[in-house]
Design a protein around this ligand. Structure first.
Ligand code: PLP
Length: 437
């Protein structure tokens, strides 16, 4: 009996939930900007025996025996991460142990700040992240956050406002980075502002890490004291976090992660991160990121043709936010009706949104996942048409049924994993001949 049969036999309920998730992935157009589909190789590592190993500490300095193989994997991951961003190990330090982006960010706060210190970060409602100072997140509870938004007219970062806030509040740390911002971030300007007030510059590049890796977004490393990222968004790796800092902060960062925040690292995820970094250095990854941006820009053009307003009037990256007010529909309703036909995305505040955060006036759209499944300009034009028709006919069951059928056809023509020999098929459903490990 192989692994898949064993799981099905032993735990039919979980095997079924995995199978259903596979079906959902195959049959849904995924426009969630923070999601992606990892490769068979990445999943081979996440489902490997490295899940078993306790390895508190760092390579060659562990609190457990038997770490020789996980040491090798973690060293490879750290070296590749620096190589991916063109950084020398003389100058920079990499930590690949954070279980998530939020924990990577927390480690940065622990490293550079005392409780109560002032931090200047982007407002959640304007596109920032919870960990950038949201009042009920650790960052807003244990520290004193001050928030910047976007310019009222351009809806782009307003560096004059950021500078004025920095001069007024003298933050100990300034955070650059966002979860829903579609324009290039000028890290040099952030550095200049940080220098004026003697602040640490922390860049959270979680969303754009894949674009930075291939040179399609300016790199923060020349300017930041510390950079964090998730590994599962545009970078297309397993779920997790990473930290890269100037060498001088390396020991403190490592200690903030362990023993400061975490116990044993997830060695199977660290191995998978290493695989993802290798993939991100392939020429095909640059082609992929180029297509991600082309797809986002094509969708923006198509939405505009249909009378939708795009926040900040466009996109330079993998995402954009659509203002739905001209169509008299809220983000919440749009998310629900689109989900019902097989399009997955999230409601999102627009700048100065008149609606509550649980309702919103907008939706956020990202192209990393659909580009991984092979969508190009022709398909993304079709996707915008499907979205528009769904929203304009949100109570017409006949039209919605027809749209659902069209979405199924489109998805079937571009499978994510199903039927692709090179892709991993989950342990619950694969047959012996498909086992790749
Ligand atoms: C900018 C940014 N930072 C950090 C995170 C946190 O990542 P995680 O969900 O892995 O904690 C996110 C997640 O969406 C993000 O968008």
């Amino acid at each position: 009996m192989n692994n898949s049969q064993a799981l099905k036999h032993y735990d039919a309920a979980i095997a079924l939930s995995i199978e259903r998730e596979e079906e959902r992935i195959e049959s849904t157009i995924n426009l969630i900007a923070s999601e992606n589909y990892t490769s068979d190789k990445v999943m081979a590592a996440t489902s490997s025996v490295m899940t078993n190993k306790y390895a508190e500490g760092y390579p060659s300095r562990r609190y457990y025996g038997g770490c020789q193989n996980v040491d090798t994997a973690e060293n490879i991951a750290r070296e590749r991460l620096l190589e991916l961003y063109g950084l020398s190990s003389e100058e920079f330090h990499a930590n690949v142990q954070a279980h998530s982006g939020s924990q990577a960010n927390m480690a940065v706060y622990f490293t550079f700040l005392e409780l109560g210190d002032t931090v200047l970060g982007m407002d959640l409602a304007a596109g920032g992240h919870l960990t950038h100072g949201y009042k009920i997140n650790f960052s807003g509870t244990f520290y004193s956050p001050v928030s910047y938004g976007v310019h009222a007219k351009t809806e782009e970062l307003d560096y004059e406002e950021i500078k004025a806030l920095a001069l007024q509040h003298k933050p100990k740390m300034i955070i650059a980075g966002a979860s829903a911002y579609s324009k290039i971030i000028d890290f040099k300007k952030f550095r200049e502002i940080a220098d004026e007030v003697g602040a640490i510059l922390f860049v959270d590049m979680a969303h754009i890490a894949g674009l930075v890796a291939t040179g399609q977004h300016p790199s923060p490393f020349l300017y930041a004291d510390v950079v964090t990222s998730t590994t599962h968004k545009t970078l297309r790796g397993p779920r997790g976090g990473i930290i890269i800092c100037k060498k001088e902060w390396g020991t403190k960062i490592d200690r903030s992660i362990m023993p400061g925040l975490q116990g044993g690292p997830l060695m199977h995820h660290i191995a998978a991160k290493a695989v993802a970094f290798k993939e991100a250095m392939e020429p095909s990854f640059k082609e992929y990121q180029t297509q991600v941006i082309k797809n986002a820009q094509t969708m923006v053009t198509e939405f505009k043709k249909r009378g939708y307003r795009i926040v900040s009037n466009g996109t330079d990256n993998h995402l954009f936010v659509v203002d739905l007010r001209s169509k008299k529909i809220t983000g919440k309703i749009a998310e629900q009706v689109l989900e019902s036909v097989g399009i997955s995305l999230n409601k999102n505040c627009i700048p100065n949104d008149p609606e509550k955060p649980m309702i919103t006036s907008g939706i956020r759209i990202g192209t990393p996942a659909i580009t991984t499944r092979g969508f190009k300009e022709e398909q993304v034009k079709q996707v915008v048409d499907l979205i528009d028709r769904t929203l304009m006919n949100k109570e017409d069951e006949i039209v919605l049924t027809k749209i659902t059928h069209e979405i199924t056809q489109l998805c079937n023509a571009f499978p994510v994993y199903k039927g692709k020999k090179e892709f991993f098929i989950n342990p619950a459903t694969r047959t012996e001949s498909e086992t790749i490990l």
